[in-house]
Design a protein around this ligand. Structure first.
Ligand SMILES: Cc1cc2nc3c(=O)[nH]c(=O)nc-3n(C[C@H](O)[C@H](O)[C@H](O)COP(=O)(O)OP(=O)(O)OC[C@H]3O[C@@H](n4cnc5c(N)ncnc54)[C@H](O)[C@@H]3O)c2cc1C
Length: 709
């Protein structure tokens, strides 16, 4: 029964040699150390010297590093009672902006790679899908699940930091010239923790986005980027990684080892397996000197093609659509001493709350938004253009920014050369000139929040050795990222969202764009994505299908968008979503889209009316049927709907069980649930022999024997 998944895997055919030595059934064979050695016996095939070739290792005197040897798949790992299964039931998972919520059956937090392997093996036996989560900062429903959620918060150690002798590191893209070192770490570490550890050795991550609290694995999985034509995605600096696949094997892959698996795992969307260790290249740590200029939009557009984006290593803009101005922020490395930015009355808590309050008022009177933009941005940057601010900060923190409040974010990658057209047309549309915008949606009476974030990256093949198959940046030219941010003041959804995003996405698609995987794109179908990625998506899906034929690592988001399977409650022709009341209570009610909040409240959990709506929805785990598919669990965007103005927007999560479990799987699952409950009550760590439990009589002690499900 349990071996059905493994039979679909032929690593030898796929990758030239088995992922792990083929063990006799139920034999706890360990991998040979050479399988996970950092110093591979392969020489680089691109003419560039690779730092993991023996020659380089000799030159640099690198210590050979071997990751701990791991039990092979189908070993007795699931029955090894020394390997704990650290599961908690009743976890409430939500995005940073609290826009999506779900309640996984278990939250599991392993402390070793063997535990990760055990989770995967047990999930397969129980017929459960597995969603890996980092810090849960992806703004979409990407990590929502009703099945098992794995979080690597305890797998967050730095394993090794290596500094290259000066000027001898491997070549880095463009102005960065050479990498200064490399770092091997466990995948659950945050960008911040990683950078702090690297800084202690005089090293730093070459680039960062706006924040650094994401896990590194999560950031690379979604194509996270900063803003610099000297850099591609953050994943560009990954030298190799180890990933636990659906058959329980833990495979090291890199541009030279299992290269297709590596390219699929680089921007994996969590859909390939669980990444446990990563090695990345680093730059020399330093300070950066930044300058911030308040400029007319016209001059930004006028300098677009010749000087703007190449004027410094890091350049980004925030465009204010009603003022037709932009903040242009530029930074470069410097040896100068730190110098704090000048404090302004607006920059602190006062400004934070004034803006938040203004946005709340604008929720009810949207036509105030242009005035608010003038008032708030004028207070901060000056009522005339030409103001300038500057500071010197460590690169580790200087590249970051304050993202303020809960928000919807819709960011697209388009060719940089289309930037002036994109901004001019969107500006015309937002400012009421629909005819010259060429966007076939009415902007009448529609007002948006500022600013639109304008950033760049260059992950093109001219500069990047190995791109992920699902890398959204442009393959053969520099990329512009446009991010249409909409704040949610005190959790209120802006009334413009649906129409603004339809118009914005129409324009992005017309200009050859691809959406940022983690963000809130709204009008993109699986077919659209296939058209956008072409052969690269085929290759991603091929690798994915080969290493995870049963779809253990695909959640509802993946099935809807990446696999093109199942029904979506977001589909335009769906007029109702049927949800049942709490499991076991029976009954199914039709909830029309745009229902009033009180209807939803009544259905969601009448008995728990003191809880906030989303808590109530996830607490009851409603079951339902939509589009002929069984659904379980629920996501809910709180606040009022942009459609009706009265309802919470709800979205059911389809059933994350792979298939209904058979009797054996059900018994095992019941026991795992029981033990997870025991752990919740007693706080004890579980270290059970799953197979023994599986064979033995049902446990009669603890918080109550569970029925066979
Ligand atoms: C305030 C804010 C600011 C942001 N700024 C930027 C920015 O400047 N630039 C930008 O590009 N993006 C930005 N983002 C988006 C963010 O970087 C991505 O959503 C990132 O994926 C979040 O990382 P995470 O650790 O929270 O991952 P999660 O959201 O938890 O997970 C993201 C994906 O990674 C997968 N994953 C996580 N860990 C593993 C693992 N160990 N193995 C396999 N798969 C795994 C998950 O399954 C999921 O598919 C921002 C988001 C927020 C909320």
């Amino acid at each position: 029964m349990a071996d059905d998944l493994a039979q679909g895997l032929d690593f030898k055919a796929l990758y030239g040699h088995p992922a792990t030595p083929a063990p006799p059934a139920n034999d706890a064979t360990s991998l040979g150390e050479s399988e996970y050695s950092f110093i591979s016996d392969k020489s680089s095939n691109d003419g560039l010297e690779s730092a993991d070739s023996p020659a380089i290792a000799e030159i640099y005197g690198l210590q050979e590093l071997t990751l701990p040897s791991l039990p092979a798949p189908w070993s007795s790992i699931t029955t090894d009672s020394t390997i704990p299964f650290r599961a908690l039931p009743s976890h409430h998972h939500a995005t940073w902006a609290r826009t999506y919520h779900s309640r996984p059956e278990f939250l599991i937090e392993p402390k070793t790679v063997e535990e990760v392997q055990k989770i995967v093996s047990l999930a397969r036996k129980c017929r459960r899908r597995v969603t890996t989560v980092g810090s849960g900062h992806s703004p979409s429903d990407l990590t929502m699940t009703s099945s098992w959620m794995v979080r690597l918060s305890h797998l967050s150690r730095v394993l090794r930091v290596e500094k290259y002798p000066s000027e001898q590191g491997p070549e880095a893209p463009r102005d960065v010239k050479r990498y200064a070192g490399r770092i091997l770490f466990q995948a659950g570490i945050s960008l911040e923790q990683l950078n702090i550890a690297a800084n202690e050795h005089g090293l730093t991550l070459p680039n960062l986005g706006s924040i650094h609290i994401q896990s590194v694995a999560g950031a690379i999985a979604t194509g996270t980027h900063g803003s610099s034509l000297n850099h591609g995605l953050l994943s560009q600096n990954v030298r190799g990684l180890r990933i636990v696949l659906a058959d329980g094997s833990a495979v090291w892959c890199s541009p030279d080892d299992h290269s297709d698996l590596f390219r699929a795992a680089l921007v994996s969307l969590g859909g390939i397996g669980i990444i446990t260790e990563i090695e990345m290249e680093l730059a020399a740590s330093c300070n950066i000197e930044w300058v911030q200029l308040w400029e007319p939009l016209d001059s930004v557009i006028a300098t677009w093609n010749n000087s703007l984006w190449k004027s410094d290593e890091y350049v980004r803009c925030w465009w204010m659509p009603y003022l037709k101005r932009a903040i242009v922020w530029k930074a470069h490395k410097t040896d100068k001493a730190l110098a704090k930015p000048k404090a302004s009355w607006y920059g602190g808590l006062l400004g934070f709350y004034i803006y938040h309050t203004c946005l709340t008022v604008a929720h009810y009177i949207p036509r105030l938004l242009p005035t608010i933009e003038w008032l708030i941005m004028g207070s901060q940057y000056g009522f005339k253009t030409g103001s300038k601010a500057t500071a010197i900060e460590p690169q580790r923190t200087g590249l970051l920014m304050d993202c303020l409040y809960s928000q919807w974010v819709n960011e697209w990658a388009i060719p940089l050369r289309h930037g002036p057209e994109a901004i001019t047309r969107l500006s015309a549309w937002i400012n009421g000139d629909e005819a010259s915008s060429g966007i076939p949606f009415s902007s009448k009476g529609l007002y948006v929040h500022s600013p639109v974030e304008v950033r760049v990256a260059d992950g093109s093949t001219a500069h990047t050795k190995t791109r992920g198959f699902m890398d959204p940046s442009c393959e053969s030219e520099p990329t512009l990222y446009l991010n249409a941010t909409l704040y949610r003041p005190y959790g209120l959804d802006p009334p413009c969202r649906q129409r603004y995003y339809q118009a914005f996405e129409y324009l992005m698609k017309e200009l050859g764009g691809r959406p940022h995987w983690a963000k809130n794109f709204a009008t993109v179908s699986h077919q659209d994505l296939r058209g956008m990625y072409g052969e690269n998506m085929n290759r991603y899906l091929e690798v994915r299908g080969n290493v995870d034929p049963d779809g253990m690592f695909v959640g509802a988001w993946h099935r809807r968008l990446v696999l093109g399977e199942g029904a979506s409650s977001k589909s335009e022709d769906a007029t109702t979503t049927n949800i049942g009341v709490a499991e076991g209570q029976g009954g199914v009610e039709d909830i029309p889209h745009g229902s009033t909040l009180s209807t939803l409240n009544a259905v969601a959990a009448p008995s728990a009316s003191s809880l906030p709506l989303e808590e109530r929805l996830v607490a009851t785990q409603p079951r339902g049927r939509a589009g002929g598919v069984d659904w379980i669990g629920m996501q809910c965007a709180e606040g009022t709907s942009s459609l009706g103005g009265t309802a919470a927007e709800i979205q059911l999560v389809d059933d994350d069980r792979i298939v209904n479990g058979d009797q054996e799987a059900s018994v095992l699952l019941a026991r795992l649930k029981r033990d997870a409950d025991v752990r919740r009550v007693t706080g004890e760590s579980i270290s059970k022999d799953a197979d023994e439990m599986y064979k033995g009589p049902l446990h009669k002690t603890g918080p109550g024997a569970l029925p066979v499900v």
